[in-house]
Design a protein around this ligand. Sequence first.
Ligand SMILES: Cc1ncc(COP(=O)(O)O)c(C=O)c1O
Length: 478
Amino acid sequence: MSRIENLKCTESAIIIDALSIINTNGKGIIFVVDDSNKLLGIMTDGDIRRALLNNAKLNESIKEFYNNSFTYATTVESAIEKLKKLNHRVQILPVIDENFILVDYFQKETLYQIPISAPSLRGNEFKYLVDAFLSTWISSTGSYIEIFEANFAAFCEAKHGVAVSNGTVAIHLALKALGIGRGDEVIVPDLTFAATINTVFHSEATPVIVDVEEDSWCIDPKEIEKAITPKTKAIIPVHLYGQPCDMDAIMAIAKKHNLYVIEDCAEAHGAMYNGKKVGSIGHIGCFSFFANKVITTGEGGMCTTNDFKLMELMKVMRDHGMNKSRKYYHEVIGFNYRMTNLQAAIGVAQLERIDEFLQQRIALEQEYRTKLSTSNIIEFQRNDLGKRQKITWLVSILVKDNYKDLLVQKLKEKGIDVRPFFISLGEMEIYTPYVFSNTVSIRLSKTGLNLPTSLETTERVIDTIQEVVQEIEGALIK
Ligand SMILES: Cc1ncc(COP(=O)(O)O)c(C=O)c1O
């Protein structure tokens, strides 16, 4: 039975029927409909009380007493729009379709705002943060920074970690430390967050945008090879949505053409390629610890490397290019890209739980896969690509046949936040001149969607998504 059923009554009902329905639904209201379910009016327990006080009889028709001037919502209105219609008097809204047919009701309690992701800060985060605070080392000196760098590098099975203020500057620092600048070309995938390409511009180098693979959604080594020119200096493979790139092929190309590889690992903490953790394979790995990432420091990032000299140079460059043993002597042009001890304190605590977080995310993805396994319009990100061991960052799907917008809209209605894939870089005017190839990427970008993936993503959320998908598919069959 749909949840609206015990709130409905027809115009032919008598007052005692209306009272009985209200008594059962416990909501203090009924919606009056005609035989075809068209909404005629509403009647509250207050309306009934007033009618009885005016000598109405319990067996009298409700016709004279219900309200036909009332507030309602429509199926196309968003949850936010509906919320705006509620006030101390109107606490429940009938929801009608375009033909005025009653299809649902809306009230604040039934609305849940489900974020796409939410950090979990219930371990030692607060304890270490307070400890860092009380130490008064709240800027970028302090014990937590070194601990965080050492522990994160160890997690990535890389030799060194250089903590920085966010994932974007991690890539910029990597490019600068590798000496990339004006006149150089850097190959980036078309399907990525803009930070990947923007940092190439920040370095005054020229980006070359190439297409991604159909199966992995990551940069296509064949396209990299085709796009190489004598000016090419580096490749930035992005381990997109937790999926590792084809690192054997990419490293082989880099070796053949003497190129640097900067892994953009912002979305792939812990992912592995051929048994090796991402961030330990290329010359430098760049991570983000933004609040929606696998672990967070609020804002924050890290460069990982196995190269001692690169690590030393990045540490100097992130600190204004200042010589480590001679204060105020600047040996290179640097930046202020330092992470604070407060951020690092949170990072150390988050890292203590990273395995637990990754497990929880996998379990969540599994639940989505099980619940949506019969769907004909949904295709999950591949998790069976040979040497690649992906992690679950955000559960990622492709929605077939242009149903993405409908799905997004219907989930928004239910207060569930989902995210479309990144827009193909080449589809944005400022980046179009730098496209080498992007056909697959454009298609994926149009159909791809990320689903809520965090501890806030309860079974109820996944059930609701399942219901909405079934509703769309049901309508297709009809
Ligand atoms: C692929 C990719 N690269 C780089 C970044 C930049 O990281 P941050 O937001 O920490 O600057 C992000 C962040 O979302 C990202 O998804």
